[in-house]
Unconditional design. Structure first.
Ligand code: CA
Length: 227
């Protein structure tokens, strides 16, 4: 999952983005409202974490602009403690949830998981493709009952495939949803990580789940072309 964090205070931005990266979210950080708007419109984020007090364009104005443009990405607002006015205005402006500063990282991560579970995203925390299972809450992955250890980035990549089973996903779709801007430079990074993932989820099992669709991209499916 890919997350945009719009936060101007460097210490807080660093604390949150580090926590998100460790939890396997590909995170971009924008440090003012204008940059936040540019980022939000330039890439397909799965979630936006938005501070209210921001230079140039404040969080509420930014949120209204995004909603006016039809962007439905879930937004979690970061508000000052006890600022009930801000929360009400934020929810009215189209926020999906809010969190008061200061907060524990574990709570932020729990709120994100809750927002990602809402429709149209999958309600169940366990995703299944064939005999491959991923629990997005506990972050456990099993194939045919055997536990599979994935790095945070491999997990993010596999989660994207598992949320779009049997669909052919292009490299640019995969990049948009699983990599932050730092990784855009290297165009074959996707293929490298697909290779890592294959070794873990397909190697040693009867039939492969992760298929290459020549000239198009990749597809996670329990069915093969011969079925
Ligand atoms: Ca701020």
């Amino acid at each position: 999952m890919r997350v945009l964090l719009v936060e101007d205070e460097p210490g807080i931005a660093q604390f949150i983005s580090q926590g998100l990266n460790e939890a396997g979210y590909a995170t971009d950080v924008a440090t003012d409202g204008e940059e936040g708007l540019d980022y939000a419109l330039a890439a397909e984020y799965d979630m936006i974490i938005l501070d209210i007090m921001l230079p140039k364009i404040d969080g509420l104005q930014l949120l209204r602009k995004l909603r006016t443009q039809g962007l439905k990405t879930p937004v979690l607002l970061l508000t000052a403690r006890d600022a009930i006015e801000d929360r009400v205005r934020g929810l009215d402006a189209g926020a999906d949830d809010y969190l008061s500063k200061p907060f524990a990282l574990t709570e932020l991560l729990a709120r994100l998981r809750a927002l990602l579970r809402r429709p149209p995203m999958q309600q169940d925390t366990v995703l299944r493709v064939g005999d491959l299972e991923m629990d997005v809450a506990t972050r456990e992955v099993h194939r045919a009952g055997k536990s599979i250890n994935l790095s945070p980035r491999e997990f993010t990549l596999l989660e994207y495939f598992m949320r779009h089973p049997r669909q052919v996903l292009t490299r640019s779709q995969i990049t948009e949803h699983t990599w932050n801007f730092d990784f855009y430079e290297n165009s074959n990074v996707i293929d490298v990580y697909i290779g890592y993932l294959r070794r873990k989820i397909d190697h040693g099992f009867d039939r492969p789940l992760l298929h290459t669709v020549r000239g198009v991209g990749y597809c996670l499916s329990a069915q093969t072309a011969n079925d």
